[in-house]
Structure formats: structure tokens, C-alpha cells
Design a protein around this ligand. Sequence first.
Ligand code: TPP
Length: 637
Amino acid sequence: MSLLQQIKQPVDIKKLDESDLPILAAEIREKIIQTTSKNGGHIGPNLGVVELTIALHRTFSTPNDSFIFDVSHQGYVHKLLTGRNDRRFNNIRLSNGLSGFLNMQESCHDAFGAGHAGTALSAALGIAKARDLNNSDEHVIAICGDASFTCGVTLEALNNIPHSTKKLIVILNDNKWSIAKNVGAFSKYFNELITNPLYNKINDNLENILSKIPGGKNIIKWGSRWKQETKNLLFAPTIFEKFGLRYIGPIDGHDFKQLNHYLNFAKNATQPVLLHVLTTKGKGYNIALENPERFHGASPFNVESGENSSNESPYPKYQDVVGSTITKLAKRDSKIIGITAAMPSGTGLNILASTLPKQFFDVGIAEEHAVLFAAGMATKGFHPICAIYSTFLQRAYDQIIHDVAIQNLPILFCLDRAGLSPNDGATHHGLFDISYLRPIPNCLIMAPRNESILADMIKTALSYKGPSFVRYPRGKGTGVKMAEEPTTIIIGKGERINKAIDIDIWALGSMFQLGKELVALFKEYDISAGLFDPQFIKPIDESALVNATSTVKLIITLEDNVLNGGFGSAILETLDKNKINCPLERFGWNDVFVDHGSSVKFLRETQGLDLESIFKKSLKSYQAITMTNASKTRKSE
Ligand SMILES: Cc1ncc(C[n+]2csc(CCOP(=O)(O)OP(=O)(O)O)c2C)c(N)n1
């Protein structure tokens, strides 16, 4: 039996001999490489924290002590050590397997769930304060990546540490990478801390150092305040000391002896401590070491070659169509600027970055700043494009309303991953954007049914004199032939695909294909269903709706957004505004958080959003309507 198999609960880790730890680390790495090669997942970040996570569990005791992992994509090692090394781990990120992130419902050892970056320090401080108020003494440890310090909320927490608690441990897990190379002043500063001898290098033993300098022994006698001040004379204080944290580092994050020593020091400290731990993303798997960005979060791959092993369609990804369309348009107009919040390749803006670096900005994991930065540029005649995942744009809601929409600034928002991000789950699905954007005045909101229309929408948005949003799904396009040049489309006009007699299906964006299949199914039942591609969520094609309702008996809306406040709600409101009493059947995501699962198909089936369920439900509605109409006619005869 392997060492890893012997660990049923964290207490078992403490029973291991120190000499066993490298063996355990190697077993964990092998397990992570094999599992992520089949399921896909965050391989690089997890391979980097193997020793750190083992050392944390040897020093502290969860669930009494709390580990709060930022983003929590690096929590696989923690899962393996906390009773989840079973069938569920083998199916991590798949249907009925473990979540790829930490989740309080999944285990009592997960002190706090996450998926978005920058939340760990604030949450940890809250947990520590609650502990203080409860007069108890357990340890709270926030494990933050270097890129989490590009998040405003991390700095807000930092600002509150000194007056909130005396007991908090912060691990700065510094691997120099966000998904891409980390950016900004903090990243440079961390590097300086590591390389500049003026800073307080690893030192939990000031007395030792002082005793070696003339007069140092006296200083030790004078007491701790002097000690602190003398330390600051001898070494430049780090920024963390200004925020009331004791800085210790750099610590080799792959050396068990160092980790053990400094974690124990932090455990006994009487003030908040920050341990600057250096780790290597992808450690133990050379292919990941050589390609840290690709192996941050990888699709299934061949372990020997590192090649992608999933059977993907040959069509271009939506994100790449966005990147190449923006680049094409930006080449002709130097006022077009692309902005990403730490996702250059995920949003396709890496294409712009490599072609027109002066028109590209990666602002770090700072969505609020990305939007405000764009707003500032827009006031000076630029046309910024913020390419941000639907789920991450939630962060910048106030900036969208307060800074962009109220001032009616011309900024295009490209909302990638609108709809499901199936393997990631609730924290990453983009199911709310229609509902959170629709109420905001001045906004243009669009959803293309294919990648060619997506390019047209980008072009259209760039001629719009206010905020515009285009939402599109994760993954590959439909394979439609791309036009040589994107064209401007008429704002507020949808596209009639099939004429409607009995039912009209308004299938938005990625739900268009399902709409087509629904039309065909109705045809088998001799029901004539029309198909309409709305293209615009705001403004709605009101005249097309009014026209349709003059003939059909039922309108069906299909959307990849929550039903509450979504596209179907916009149709409902438009019918009400026009005092039209036409039956409407809306299909979208229910009022629950959608878990992770192996595929979009699987998750749609769990919530009645698959073709068969939609057909059954709408056929029933249609039959009920026609029966009622028939009985009304009989009565009036
Ligand atoms: C608000 C938000 N924006 C973007 C992301 C996408 N994202 C996931 S992990 C990551 C990089 C995290 O880097 P770091 O904190 O240094 O951890 P590492 O992966 O290097 O261990 C990013 C940008 C996110 N999870 N949340």
C-alpha cells in the first residue's frame, strides 16, 4: 500500500517519518499528473504546492484550524490528504466527482470555498476575528498566490489586518506566475524581496543576528520595541511590516525542513506573520515546467508528449475569433485598445498582445480596475475593449453602472464563457450576465449564434456610442464560414430563420442549435414552428415580436442564462408593454446554483434544458393552448 493510500485523514500525515515525506510528495505528484491527464484541471498550481500542503497538515490540524486557499484551484493536494483520495478524486471535475475547487459542502476540511481570485485574505481575516470574539485559539492560515496581490480586495484585507487581529498566518505562495506571467509593481517587489540583500532575509531569529554585531547584546536586553526598531535600521522593512505583519522569507517551498521550521515559528508568533514561500509551478513534470501557462489549467493531455488528447472540433475557438477580429480592427484604428484582467490567452487577447503590444494591457486580476481604466481612456477618445469572462465581470458591477453606463462611455465588453463552464462549476458558470446587465440604461447587449456573427457584433459595437456587451460561450465555434470582413449589423434587429405559423421559437446565442432541433421535432408532430435568432437582448426586436404574436399561439424562448431577469423575462416585459396576451414558455437555468459536470449536455439534462425535456414541456403547453382555444370556439358556436 502506498503512503498516500495510508492517509485516510490529516492526522495520519503527522504519523509519518520525516524521511517518508519526499516519497509521499512523489506519490501525490504522480496521482495529480495521472488524474489531470484524464480529466483536465489545474495541474501546474497543484504540483507547485505539494510540499507546502503536506507541511501545513503536519503543523496544523484541520478542521479545527482553517486553511483558506485563494482561488482554491491549488487545493487538489489538500483534498488528497483530507479523506478524499477515492473514486471521487479520480472523477474530479467530472459528473459525480469532486469539485475542482474547495467547497464547504464537500468536506469539513474546506474552511471556505472559492473559484474567484483574491478572496482568501479577507475571508481568513473574518474567520480570525470570529475566533478572537469567540475567545478561542485555533489557527487561521490564508494561502495566497503572488497574483492574488494584484486583486484590490487582497489589499483591502491587508489594510485591515493590524487593527483586526494579532493572530493570522499568511502564506505568500510565490511562483512568479498568474495564469500568464504575473504583472505589475507587486510582482516586481516580490522579486526584489527575494534578490535584494537590503531586505530582511529569512529571519525569525533576530537575537542571533543582533548578538553578532557590536552593542547588539544590549539591544536585546532593552526590549522588543528597540529590537523592532533596530531591525528596521539594519534591514529595510518590507511593505508587510508597514501593514503590521512580520515578514519572513524567502523560504524554499519544496524543502520540508525549512517549511516545518517556519510554519512552527508562525504558529507560535504573537503577531500576524507572512511567510514568503517560493514554489515552482509544475514541479515534478517537465512538460508543465516548460509550459507554465498552458499547464496552469490543462485539457486532458498525453502524459508522455504533453499533447492535448481530447477530441476537439477543428473549428476556431470563440475566444480566438474575438482576438483576431479585434486585432484586425485595431490595426486600422490606433484608438482601439484591448484590456484583459490576467487572462490574455483565455480571452484571445494574446493575439492582439503579440501583434500590437502598445494597444494591449494586462492589468492583473483586477476586473474593477480594468473597467475603470477603460472608462478613463474612453473619456479621451479611445475605444477600449474589455475582454473578461462573464463570471469575473460580476466583480466590476459598480464600475459598469457608476463609471461607464451613467457617463455613457463607449466601451465594448467581450463576455467570454457566457453560459456553462461545465467542469468548473458554480463559481465559473456565466449564467447571470443577462440579468445583471439588462436593467442598466444605455447598454447594448448582444449574443451571436455563430463565430461569424460574433465578428460582426464586435464591429457593430465599435460604432456604438455607449457601453456595449457581447456574450458568447466557452469553446469552439460552429464551423460557419467566416466572412472576409466583419460587417455592421442593424442594432435591435434579429434574424428570421423560419416563418412561424403555430409556435415561434426565439433561440438566443448558443441555444440556437437547440432551437433548430426543436423546430424539426415539432415538424414530426405536424406543428409548424418558426425560428428567430434575436441577436439583441437589448434593445429587443420589438416589432418582430409584435408581428410574431399576431399569428402564433405560443412563443418559446431559449437562453443560456438564469431565467430570473433573463432574456425570456425581457420578452415577457415587452409583451406586457405592448399589452399582448400571448402564451410564453421560457427555458433557461433555474433558481439554483449549477454544480460542475462532465459536459454541457449532462448539466442541461439535470435541469430539464435538454432537447427532449424542452420539447415535452412545450408540446404540453401548446396542446393545452389549442385545446382551450378549441373549447372556446365550441362554446361561442
Ligand atoms: C476574479 C478572477 N479573475 C480571474 C481568475 C482566473 N484565474 C484563476 S487562477 C489565476 C491565477 C492565479 O495566480 P496565483 O494566485 O499566483 O496562483 P498560482 O496559480 O500561480 O498558484 C487566474 C487569473 C479568477 N479565478 N478570478
